[in-house]
Design a binder for this molecule. Structure first.
Ligand code: PLP
Length: 459
């Protein structure tokens, strides 16, 4: 392998040998990075890029986090490989940590089950539900929700785009409007809506003719509702604080399980271990992945209530993947759990989030193309619009991303780049997920860089 290979040669090789189907090419050509540290990525020329999306929230605790890496390296040097049919202490201790921390928060005893990626954890949760509910396979999920791109996950992820070329595999969920109040599905205003969205959902159970519920049998045809406590890929949408408690009441009434997908919002992204904690309700299943290992090794999993997952009802081999509880992943996971216990993330994420959103609101006042700014903890959104402050402007958001990633924004004589990610229903929303370890100085640099890019884009 030629170590002197340059950027253009690498891109040429990519276009010849890499499938483009396994990822998304947001910008052409895609950027090649060489190293990372803290909140920063470095390109082949050593230029720094402030990362405000941290691998879709898979690296919450900063690149090359020393404390987490130390435990990972120790595992690497001792027991890096082991078939999952045998046990290693890191797997057991990690399951215990997650189960105990979850029990502390929700007061429910449960067990933890591992797999490799987020989608696989979701697939496992579907199996768990179908098994527990006698094969009942119909689910509710949210419009704008994202739960992965395997064939099964695509059925509960709202975008038809993910199913269009493949046909159906299992049962497509019924998609319910998420409380995206800035662009309310029912065209109402939060101050006066009186939770019309909740009323509309409950109405579905009013008569058998709406196709959801058999009042004579007292039974719903649907077994579970998949929720993201903050809608992630949908554009970091923060629901009104009472929404989930109201939804949960209906689900309990009709015996529908609540699956809390924490794959992107878990591990203190919003200032809590599980984002659902903000709403004072309890899940039946929690799915997690991404930052469980701080991005060091693929590992995902789920927590479920004892009655759903104990070995009597969900016996060995109910799911299996060769790498499911791999030693490097579980060691990184255990190190991440310890890191979260040893640092006051609840306090610091709340404070930094408040500071960042405050600075963004000031920018919003100055630039009428910033239609919405919102957030919880360090999960924040900036919605780019036309100058009316409402009409989505995808072209402007794309232009900003392209300028930001060029790596040539000058501050005090030094060149920087900015890593931004776009999400949202109209692909006009920056979904900000900075490292939870970001410093206040770095937040200030972000604001400076972002404003410089806005100016470059003629705003
Ligand atoms: C909420 C949520 N669920 C599931 C997934 C799928 O996870 P993965 O990409 O690891 O399969 C994602 C990925 O972005 C996600 O954000």
């Amino acid at each position: 392998m030629d170590s002197d290979i340059n950027e253009q040669e690498l891109l040429d090789l990519e276009s010849k040998y890499c499938s483009y189907g396994d990822t998304v090419h947001y910008i052409e050509p895609s950027k090649i990075f060489e190293s990372c540290n803290g909140s920063w990525l470095y390109d082949l020329d050593g230029h720094p890029y402030l990362d405000m999306q941290m691998w879709y929230s898979a690296v919450n605790f900063g690149y090359r986090n020393k404390e987490i890496e130390a435990m990972y390296n120790e595992q690497f040097n001792r027991l890096p490989q082991l078939a999952c049919q045998y046990l290693h202490k890191e797997k057991i201790l990690l399951a215990m940590e997650i189960a105990r921390e979850t029990e502390k928060r929700f007061g429910i005893r449960g067990r933890v089950h591992f797999n490799v990626g987020g989608a696989q954890a979701i697939e496992d949760s579907i199996k768990l539900i179908r098994n527990y509910r006698g094969g009942k396979s119909l689910m509710f999920a949210f419009m704008g929700g994202y739960h992965g791109r395997t064939l099964g996950c695509s059925e509960i992820t709202s975008s038809y785009r993910y199913r269009r070329r493949y046909g159906h595999f299992g049962n497509r969920a019924i998609f319910i409007p998420y409380p995206y109040c800035y662009r309310c599905f029912y065209g109402l205003k939060r101050e006066t809506c009186n939770y019309e969205c909740i009323k509309q959902f409950e109405k579905l159970f009013e008569t058998e003719y709406y196709g959801i519920f058999d009042p004579k049998a007292g039974e719903a045809e649907f077994s579970a509702f998949y929720v993201e406590p903050l809608q992630a890929t949908g554009g970091y949408i923060v629901p009104p604080s009472e929404y989930f408690a109201k939804l949960d009441k209906i689900l309990k009434k009709y015996n529908i399980l609540l699956v809390d997908d924490e794959i992107q919002m878990g591990f203190y992204r919003t200032g809590k271990l599980w984002a659902l904690e903000h709403y004072g309700i309890k899940p039946d299943i929690v799915t997690f992945a991404k930052s469980l290992t701080n991005g060091l090794n693929p590992l995902s999993g789920l927590w479920a209530k004892e009655e759903m997952i104990n070995p009597e009802v969900f016996p060995p081999g109910s799911t299996h993947s060769t790498f499911s509880s791999n030693p490097l992943g579980t060691a990184a996971g255990l190190a991440t759990m310890q890191y979260m216990k040893q640092h006051d993330l609840e306090g610091s994420v709340k404070e930094k989030g408040r500071y960042l959103i405050g600075r963004l609101k000031v920018l919003q006042k100055r630039y009428n193309v910033i239609g919405d700014v919102d957030g919880l903890g360090l999960a924040l959104r900036i919605e780019m619009t036309r100058s009316d402050g409402f009409t989505p402007d995808k072209a402007l958001a794309d232009k900003i991303v392209e300028e930001a990633i060029k790596g040539n924004i000058e501050i005090c004589g030094k060149k920087y780049g900015l890593v931004l990610d776009i999400g949202g229903y109209y692909k006009n929303t920056f979904t900000l997920a900075p490292a939870l370890t970001i410093s206040y100085e770095e937040i200030d640099i972000f604001i400076e860089l972002f404003e410089a890019v806005l100016k470059r884009c003629g705003v």
